[in-house]
Ligand binder design. Structure first.
Ligand SMILES: [Zn+2]
Length: 258
């Protein structure tokens, strides 16, 4: 096995384990429960889950998605989150190699998956992901030294400030809460990872995705709260990977080749 393949597999295994912990966070953080104890239990019959029934992805497949004791179905969301986090950790090492940028990408993607799934299921963005991820983003920005940290801090300030303004203006214009505080704190965290230009691209992309997906749903008269964090998370991930290329293309289109 080539060294590269070895490290991609190692990253994938770590990712699956982090994904398993992320599942615990997704279920417990919106309910203000501790993510450390008690140990994982079946949500239906409360039987404690043995370690061999708690192996990421594998156990769910072996148990065919059912609790060993009560045979009630276990949501497919659990193995899907584990597989998604495993894929982004393996993908980060495959794309960036074994270095700090890969770690940064993997941590960022894990936070975004946590935010997207929690916002989609509970319409909540837990502070642990947003405010907890902010210092992680600032610390990891030091891979580019002090300029990296300055860019990350500026990105966080612009992310927080812009969404704060949008929320404030929305409340003035529409006389109701247009955007939750969770989105504001989330964009501070995102800014620390993608910088201020990335913040602009993320907000634009999130609004675009949200419009494409949600306008057809609301035309049918279904009034539902929009989990905007889901679309911001998708746009933030795309911005992290393709942002510089997109911004470079946009600047060239607008101002001509430099
Ligand atoms: Zn059970």
């Amino acid at each position: 096995m080539a060294t590269d393949t070895f490290w991609i597999v190692v990253a994938g295994v770590f990712g699956a384990v982090f994904g398993s912990f992320l599942n615990v966070c997704i279920v417990r953080l919106p309910a203000d429960q501790s993510v450390l104890r008690p140990r994982s239990r079946c949500p239906k019959c409360s039987a404690p889950i043995a370690w061999y029934d708690n192996v990421p992805i594998v156990s769910w497949l072996l148990l065919r998605g059912r609790c060993r004791r009560c045979a009630q179905p276990i949501a497919v969301r659990y193995p899907l989150v584990e597989a998604a986090v495993a894929a982004v950790w393996a993908g980060a090492v495959w794309h960036y190699g074994v270095d700090l940028t890969a770690l940064t990408a993997a941590v960022f993607a894990t936070l975004l998956i946590g935010i997207a799934v929690t916002d989609a299921s509970h319409l909540i963005i837990p502070d642990e992901f947003s405010l907890g991820g902010l210092p992680l983003g600032l610390a990891l920005s030091l891979r580019d030294g002090v300029p990296g940290l300055t860019a990350a801090a500026l990105g966080a300030a612009v992310g927080f400030g812009l969404l704060f303004l949008v929320a404030w203006a929305g409340e003035k214009v529409f006389r109701k809460e247009a955007m939750g505080g969770g989105d504001i704190k989330m964009m501070a965290m995102v800014g620390a990872f993608v910088g201020w230009k990335g913040v602009l691209l993320t907000i634009f992309g999130g609004a675009l995705l949200g419009t494409i997906v949600f306008v057809p749903l609301t035309i049918g008269g279904r009034k539902s709260l929009v989990p905007f964090g889901v679309f911001l998370a998708a746009a933030a991930a795309l911005t992290f990977v393709f942002g510089e290329a997109i911004i470079g293309w946009y600047v060239t289109m607008t101002f001509g080749p430099s």
